[in-house]
Design a binder for this molecule. Structure first.
Ligand code: SF4
Length: 181
């Protein structure tokens, strides 16, 4: 039996959504006969998804130019893209910097914090250029399903995956699976 390829990747976030996915716990055994994780919360930092993925699970907000590249790459490589967590849905915690502006937030974090001595604002090309506004994933690529929450419950991940494996793409989660923060 051909397994459905599922892949995870992340943008700007705290990895809490990845941890919640792992909280599926023993139900992962039920899925393991049907699903092949080509990248997972344990591996995707160093081994991002490759082509031919059926279901992509993307955590985190769009904060910089590197996040845009990763989101576009994920969209190209996945038939169905799920944005998980409040960060991916509307910007979440990283979008708090929108209230003060990017320059002011960087200055506060890297130059003006009491514990910083001779601080520098990071400027490596690998980090990407910070955007003026932090936004959700759908501002950059088409998203097929949102699983909001900070983090979403493991039950929500399990529901979405089992629905997709049954050939159904849920439009919204059942109310009892929503996490209200
Ligand atoms: Fe972390 Fe919450 Fe953002 Fe998920 S939604 S990456 S748990 S801050």
């Amino acid at each position: 039996m051909t397994k459905v390829k599922v892949a995870t990747d992340w943008l700007a976030g705290c990895a809490g959504c990845h941890m919640s996915l792992l909280d599926i716990d023993e139900r992962i055994v039920k899925l393991s006969g049907l699903v092949e994780f080509t990248s997972s919360p344990i591996t995707d930092l160093k081994h991002p998804p490759k082509e031919g993925v059926t279901v992509g699970i993307l955590e985190g907000a769009i904060c910089n130019t590197h996040n845009i590249e990763v989101a576009k790459q994920m969209r190209e490589r996945c038939d169905i893209l799920i944005a998980v967590g409040d960060c991916a849905t509307f910007g979440g915690v990283p979008a708090m910097r929108n209230l003060v502006g990017t320059d002011a937030a960087l200055k506060r974090a890297y130059l003006d914090t009491e514990t910083v001595v001779d601080g520098l604002i990071p400027d490596s090309p690998e980090l990407g250029k910070p955007l003026e506004m932090v936004v959700g994933v759908d501002k950059v690529v088409k998203v097929d399903l949102f699983i909001p929450g900070c983090p979403p419950r493991a039950d929500a991940f399990f529901y979405a995956l089992t629905e997709l494996l049954a050939g159904r793409t849920p439009v919204v989660l059942p109310p009892e699976l929503f996490t209200y923060d």
